[in-house]
Design a protein around this ligand. Structure first.
Ligand SMILES: [Zn+2]
Ligand SMILES: [Zn+2]
Length: 380
């Protein structure tokens, strides 16, 4: 089966920095982690695919070979076969705690406790939420109160997961070592203990409040400042508001994704605002001062005599601020012309009088069009 492009797998560009790749991998690994998708084989496959992409793109030499020669360049480069590994081992190999280099080839595996298990500190999961904004919020920037649910340390057991007055016991499977030997003879393999997941300890009497996890879901309210000029779908990172870390690791982050509610009259085009405004054909012909909608109420706009259908008028500096420079876009007013319906007898008579006077000077475009038509196809 052909492998997907590694950059595509992690959703980064070819020129992504090491940091970008790290961040992308972390987010993907969180998203597809089996703990978050229990029993989902597809998520597990994606999780492994991401790990493989990360193994290559996080290694300067492998990345270079891959950029130059694609999959062929990686032959003999010392790749793991992730499809045959279990998720726990992959996560431990370069999970969040291990994201800072040196995880391959045996380096950087420091910090192993006396029990020999993988009990190092690990950063918590990132969380995602959305924040709804109006165009007026976008114009001025806004502070929003966000309410969401995240895991917090269980207050009954202080996160130990043990019922009051009890302590964790030694894991019988590994005898407290956190690792077990598999197979026999010469090719013995040491892997993380499946019972205690490497901690060497097991909870004998789980805390009832948190079901032995040490965490409980709690409502959390934070205020976040949203800068003027944000765009639909943009994510605002709020540091340290994600899920709690393991073994004393820091919390993950919260990503707030911007949703902008549609405006009754205005549409956004980059930093410009566009309003489509209908006028009558006599206003178009004679010129008029019309009311047009803007972000703060209505504005007067003078349109000249002879305004055409689709004409666009620009009101300078009345759009949205650019998120970086702060410079304001414009407001555009696009004119549509409504043909009169249900004429009174008097109006019809006036129009018929008017029609008799229509000629090249009154409607030059129409006149030119029909002249051309006659020349090409004949007729009257
Ligand atoms: Zn508890
Ligand atoms: Zn164990």
């Amino acid at each position: 089966m052909a492998k997907r492009d590694y950059y595509e797998v992690l959703g980064v560009g070819k020129s992504a920095s090491a940091d970008d790749i790290k961040r992308a991998y972390r987010r993907m690994a969180m998203k597809y982690h089996p703990d978050k998708n229990p029993g989902n084989k597809e998520a597990e496959a994606k999780f492994k695919e991401c790990a493989e992409a990360y193994e290559v793109l996080s290694d300067q030499e492998k990345r270079q070979r891959y950029d130059q020669f694609g999959q062929d360049g990686l032959r003999g480069a010392g790749m793991h076969d992730f499809s045959r590994m279990n998720v726990e081992d992959i996560f431990g190999m370069f999970g969040l705690d291990d994201l800072f280099g040196g995880m391959f080839g045996g380096g950087g595996r420091g910090g192993r406790g006396a029990a020999g298990g993988r009990t190092r500190a690990a950063r918590g999961y990132d969380l995602e939420t959305t924040v709804k904004l109006t165009l007026n919020d976008v114009a001025k920037g806004v502070e929003k109160t966000i309410e969401f649910t995240r895991q917090d340390v269980c207050s009954d057991c202080n996160g130990t997961a043990c019922a009051a007055g009890t302590k964790p016991g030694v894991c019988h499977t590994c005898g407290g070592h956190g690792q077990v030997a598999k197979g026999g003879g010469f090719f013995q393999m040491v892997t993380t203990c499946p019972q205690c997941r490497g901690s060497g300890q097991i909870i004998t009497t789980p805390c009832k409040s948190c079901g032995g996890t040490g965490h409980v879901p709690k409502k959390r309210v934070v205020n976040i400042k949203i800068p003027a000029g944000v765009h639909e779908g943009q994510g605002i990172r709020v540091g340290n508001e994600g899920e709690p870390g393991r073994n004393g690791g820091p919390r993950g982050d919260l990503y707030c994704y911007v949703r902008i509610e549609p405006h009754e009259f205005l549409q956004r085009d980059g930093n410009d605002l566009v309003a489509v405004v209908p006028i009558s054909f006599s206003q178009a012909a004679l010129g008029a001062s019309i009311d047009v909608p803007s972000l703060d109420g209505t504005k007067q706009l003078k349109i000249p005599a002879g305004t055409q259908y689709g004409s666009v008028f620009r009101i300078k500096g009345q759009g949205l601020p650019d998120i970086r420079s702060g410079r304001s876009g414009d407001q555009l007013v696009q004119i549509t012309i409504e043909t009169p319906v249900k004429l009174s007898d008097q109006q019809e008579e006036l129009l018929r009088e008017f029609a008799k006077t229509e000629n090249k000077t009154v409607s030059p475009k129409t006149a030119r069009f029909f002249e051309k038509l006659k020349k090409n196809f004949g007729g009257n």
